[in-house]
Design a protein around this ligand. Sequence first.
Ligand code: BES
Ligand code: MN
Ligand code: ZN
Length: 498
Amino acid sequence: MEFRCTSTPAGSWSGDTLAVGLFSGGGGPLKAVLEARLGAALVERLDHRQFKGKTGESLRLEWLGTTPSVLLLVGLGDPAEFGLDGVRQAAARIAKAAQVQGCTSLGIALPVEGLEPQAAAATIAQAVRLSLFNDQRFKSEAETKPLPASVELLGFPEAAAELLGSGLFSGVDALCSGVELARQLVAAPPNQVTPQALADCAAAIASEFGLELKLLERSDCAALGMGAYLGVAQGSDLPPKFIHLTYRPPGEVRRRVALVGKGLTFDSGGYNLKTAGSQIEMMKYDMGGSAAVLGAARAIGQLQPEGVEVHVIVPACENMISGGAIHPGDILTASNGKTIEVNNTDAEGRLVLADALVYACGLEPDVVVDLATLTGACVIALGHEIAGLWSPSDVLAGALDAAASLGGEQVWRMPLQATYREGLKSGVADLKNTGPRPGGSITGALFLKEFVSPGLAWAHLDIAGTVWSDKGRGLDPAGATGFGVRTLVNWVVAGAPA
Ligand code: BES
Ligand code: MN
Ligand code: ZN
């Protein structure tokens, strides 16, 4: 798919499929353009098919023997509520409708007048690319329809259309490639995406984009005292791999950030075993945090943003049962010396993150962000469209929220309720890994906070609900969403404010 931005209006574009967004109640400026081009016949057909321009509505009209031969109309709803997100959703719907009918060249006309042209163009291109992603790697006979070879964004202001040349779309390509990598990692089964496979993926990113890779084996982690991480890993036949990738920007380093991703390539629950109905068969996606940070590393490596040094850290392992696995009741010592009573082996994400956060803080970064499919409780609280965000820093929380919105991802800030720390008190150790069920995603975040250097800017994103979409929605096809990549990359590109 080749993207191009042009000042050519919908009224004079010639190509295969012309897609136009119309507002409800009159249609807006683009309706007039269409009328001028297609005349009364169009108005009649819109009336006949009762097209009202409501959000979600779409209509396909064929003109045999002319170019464009197909007109795709999508409803944009109330113009007063239309913004970048409306552009994104409309572009995704257009892309999917155009692909279904085997379109070869697509022209997209959306009312972008009030919006910043660069953001609007990037948003449309991202939406088209990401909504058409179709992973057929595990089918012996792929069911794929060809993508439109060219996609033109129509009606941009002349000056902007020239400015928004290939640079903009290569940025879109970098970001989308990162999201797609994350989706592929999450969607692949646990017999393929093993800790070693995550390490291989990190090595491939390092060599393709010139990042540094440090890979810590079990013995290296033991030497660092990572008893919590290694405790989780010890039940598996597969050795753990602790991954540390570093992106060094060209020129001066103004900020140093660490991105930490939970990398459980399978979570059986350990001896507090997951039962039927607890999604055990889906626990391949328990490495969604690591997929997000590796996808971000890929995008950042390709984009080469200035000023920010980025450390990507993944404690990768499996949570399994065997004669060597940890018992419920075991006491583990993390690399900061804190002792943890494991009252539930299924709360393993916080154990591996404990040592990863200590390691990340040891790099003395300005800010640490972790992403994890940490708790079922977060899914109950916020559902599948919104990730939980915890941070003691208002600036960091606000910056991550802004970065998420810009990319069409949603986060919601949750409290680090200090009194709930009570729930993690242990009679025998410094703390236990599981508190009471109510507020379970909050105690998860409070547990992690115990392993972050006091005063350091830190945020935790619980992506348990957003990592996977059963039916697909908006830009997300059914399955792995690649959630987090857009938020992280947008935040880093903005200079990683915290
Ligand atoms: N990986 C799970 C969390 C999860 C559950 C992600 C469902 C996606 C969907 C995590 O390791 C886990 O098992 N958490 C437990 C914690 C509990 C034992 C305190 C949970 O949420 O039940
Ligand atoms: Mn678990
Ligand atoms: Zn888990």
